[in-house]
Design a protein around this ligand. Structure first.
Ligand code: 3H9
Length: 727
């Protein structure tokens, strides 16, 4: 709805649709009604459009997309047109955010004023669509083609100050000012002034002459940064029309572009992702606790054990969240290097204006290096981040048990190991949990929190709350080897090596993944993170080639298929990018170059095992990489390790850079159709047999297909839980 009032001859129309004033159908109706009323009221000389409550409208109502209600008139474009055509000056008074359709209605107004801390932008591309209410045609007319391409194709949020510097915002109201009062004064002053050039559809695009070169520049950038995504490309093509065609023709091109994108599976996947991101914070442990009733503990001071790559990143996350951060590292050299890195990073954030001088000095003061466990006696929560060894971790937990106050939570940053086993060496298993950060911890958005069997509601609520304070996408999962992410990802990695054995080479596999939308292929990622990391984990588990007793078949561990190619690579000193050689070689840059030496290693291996290499199609490559991971995802859901398919998808999007326009592995399976996914898995299972148990069709997947075909992803859990009551 909207509210209407007339103050001092100025009509004020305030959108009132909490929490975000989205432009839902009923809001659009009410807006147009009040606009007409203001237009026809002779006592009204100008019109202010604003938002009630927290914000100016943040765009169309995303819940209405792909539903018939979105098509019900009036459209946002009708409102934009009415505002622009108005004979009385129209002023958008922006506080909070003016995003998407929200900014588009502001662009329909003759003037825009905004609070200094407001954000403006057209983020539709992140939903797999484009600004569909004239934004692609009006924005370039104000801020120029180059800026508009940048804003729309990447969907960033920009400060009111930047908007003002580009001519989008006519006045910035300082903090503490009353936007409504300023807008009314502004509106009064605008009465009588010519509106001709204020109507953006009347003016031309300033840098239209550069359209071809700008197009080439931005197309190149988006194809690198948003690989495989359709929306950024369509956005650019439609913006191009603003430079070459009339406003009306441009609008038609926008309409066509929107039509194409809305019909694509990518927009559905991205809209799903938008809600999934918000859904994961509404965690629940059925029958135990949930986000609404559990009360988190207050955490003022955190301890981080270990100052390697992970520990440093975690410490930065804690400092950014305003925690006093004790960092324990007993090796003096490692401590000096770690602390230097953290302080250097704080300085970089200050220089980049991500934090101000005061925040920087607060963070520096809050960083307290200690070199013995007693130094952690005052912390409320500890995160250990040492090498992935159960023996070492248990020793650390025993020490922490002794020194930490009884109320302190003890968390492990393990990426695979059993949290309950660590908890068993303490007297406070209810206060033990996993907090699995992804490297580099201060950059990656994901935090996979693991509840142990005995973790208390307070402990769970506290680690979830801490993730929120760190502004991470925080997902709660159950305890098992590898938890959700690494447990599923293990099969993606394993299959990639099997593909090499059977006929593919690293670049061939990586190219398929790049085409799918990953920013990097599996082997490129392996080189970037270092092939030694995986080797050490396999060695810890007794799996490496060198640890096997004489006579052990090279391609088996127990009764399971194993590829030793990764071990061979490590043994040749090919540790990845840092060694300038891994799956690829690197000559003076980070560009991976296929290396004949790796090819030979693979060829020799095949010869030794009499493997006749065969051509492996891109389709087979993709299915072999992704479907076992999906199959395991269903096992993870079946066991209750993940509560919902969107929890899994958010783990992969934010922890493994899974392309957002596919929605994540589970949503992708839903897009392909579960029957088709199951069919491939069953065929592969017949072929591979017991030595590759990751192809054994998941019970849950099989049941869903048999009983419901390809049910809505939102219904998977409900249907599966209800199965027992069915005849
Ligand atoms: C568009 O405008 C298309 C046009 O071109 C016209 C085409 C014809 N709709 O994010 P939060 C809900 S496309 C419906 O947690 P924050 C959200 O789900 C749109 N619901 O808050 C959540 O619900 P719940 C372009 C929406 O402070 C609650 O509000 N605009 C919408 O962390 C709180 O949200 C965008 O893409 C919406 N538009 O972040 C902006 N927006 O409590 C989308 C929010 O049940 N919005 N909700 O979980 C955002 O990016 C963030 O909400 C924002 C605030 C940054 C504004």
């Amino acid at each position: 709805m909207a509210k209407y009032s007339v103050e001092n001859e100025v009509a004020v129309i305030a959108v009132d649709n909490p929490p975000m004033n989205a432009l839902s159908h009923h809001v659009r109706k009410s807006l147009l009604k009040y606009l007409k009323e203001a237009e026809s009221d002779e006592k009204v000389t100008s019109i202010v459009l604003c938002g009630d409550g927290r914000t100016f409208p943040v765009g169309a109502d995303i819940k209405e997309f792909h539903k018939s209600v979105s098509k019900l008139g009036p459209t946002i474009l009708d409102i934009v047109d009415a505002l622009e055509k108005s004979k009385k000056p129209t002023i958008a008074a922006i506080h909070g955010n003016a995003l998407g359709g929200g900014l588009e209605i502001a662009l329909g107004c003759h003037y825009r004023i905004a609070m200094t801390n407001s954000k403006v932008g057209l983020p539709e591309v992140k939903l797999g669509i484009l600004p569909g209410a004239g934004g692609t045609q009006r924005l370039p007319r104000v801020i120029g083609l180059d800026n508009a391409m940048q804003w729309i194709a990447y969907g960033g949020h920009h400060s009111a100050g930047i908007g003002a510097s580009l001519g989008l915002i006519d006045r910035v109201v300082p903090q503490g000012g009353n936007i409504r009062e300023h807008a009314i004064l502004f509106a009064k002053a605008a009465v009588g002034k010519s509106l001709g050039q204020r109507r953006l559809s009347n003016i031309s695009v300033p840098d239209a002459a550069k359209v071809e070169s700008l197009m080439a520049k931005h197309l190149k950038e988006v194809s690198k940064k948003s690989r495989g995504a359709l929306a950024p490309i369509v956005c650019l093509q439609v913006i191009k029309s603003s430079a070459l065609l009339s406003y009306q023709e441009g609008l038609e091109s926008e309409r066509q572009g929107m039509f194409t994108l809305l019909a694509s599976s990518q927009s559905r996947a991205q809209i799903y992702s938008f809600f999934a991101e918000r859904q994961v914070s509404k965690w629940s442990v059925p029958g135990v606790t949930n986000y609404q009733n559990a009360v988190p503990m207050k955490v003022k001071a955190v301890g981080v054990v270990g100052l390697g790559t992970m520990g440093r990143g975690i410490a930065i996350c804690c400092l950014r969240a305003g925690k006093i951060t004790y960092v324990l590292e007993m090796n003096t050299k490692a401590q000096t290097a770690g602390v230097k890195y953290i302080r250097g990073y704080i300085e970089t954030m200050r220089k980049r204006k991500q934090i101000n001088d005061q925040q920087s000095s607060m963070m520096n003061n809050a960083l307290i290096p200690v070199d013995n466990y007693n130094g952690l006696k005052n912390v409320d929560l500890v995160i250990e981040a040492v090498f992935e060894s159960m023996k070492i971790k248990k020793e650390i937990f025993k020490k922490l048990e002794k020194v930490c106050k009884p109320s302190a939570i003890l968390a492990s940053n393990t990426s695979t190991l059993n949290i309950d086993e660590m908890a068993s060496v303490t007297k406070r298993p209810q206060k033990v949990a996993g907090m699995h950060f992804f490297a580099p911890a201060h950059i990656m958005m994901l935090l996979e929190n693991i509840r142990g069997e005995k973790s208390s509601p307070e402990t769970i609520a506290t680690i979830m709350d801490l993730g929120k304070q760190m502004r991470k996408t925080t997902v709660l999962v159950g305890n098992c080897h590898g938890f959700v992410g690494n447990r599923m990802f293990a099969y993606y990695t394993a299959e990639s090596s099997f593909l090499l054995e059977e006929g593919a080479y690293p670049k061939q596999v990586d190219d398929v993944l790049l085409d799918y939308g990953f920013a990097m292929g599996r082997f490129q990622v392996g080189d970037l993170s270092g092939t030694d990391i995986g080797y050490k984990i396999r060695r810890e588990r007794g799996l490496t080639h060198k640890q096997q007793p004489a006579g052990t078949p090279e391609r088996k561990r127990g009764d399971r298929r194993y590829s030793p190619l990764d071990d061979f690579l490590y043994e040749k000193g090919r540790y990845g990018l840092k060694a300038r050689k891994g799956w690829y070689k690197y000559e003076g840059s980070r560009t991976p170059i296929p290396d004949p030496e790796v090819r030979k290693m693979i060829d020799d291996f095949r010869k030794r095992h009499n493997i006749n290499p065969r051509h492996i199609s891109p389709e087979e490559t993709l299915q072999r990489m992704i479907f076992p991971l999906v199959n395991e995802g269903f096992n993870v859901l079946d066991e209750g390790i993940a509560a919902n398919p969107w929890d899994i998808d958010m783990i992969f999007q934010h922890g493994y850079a899974w392309p957002r326009h596919t929605g994540g592995p589970m949503y992708y399976a839903y897009t392909i159709g579960l029957p088709q996914v199951l069919k491939v898995i069953e065929e592969r299972w017949k072929l591979a047999g017991a030595s590759e148990p990751h192809w054994k069709p998941s019970k849950m997947l099989t049941w869903l297909v048999e009983h419901h075909g390809n049910p809505d992803i939102n219904d998977w859990i409900k249907l599966y839980k209800e199965r027992k009551s069915q005849p």
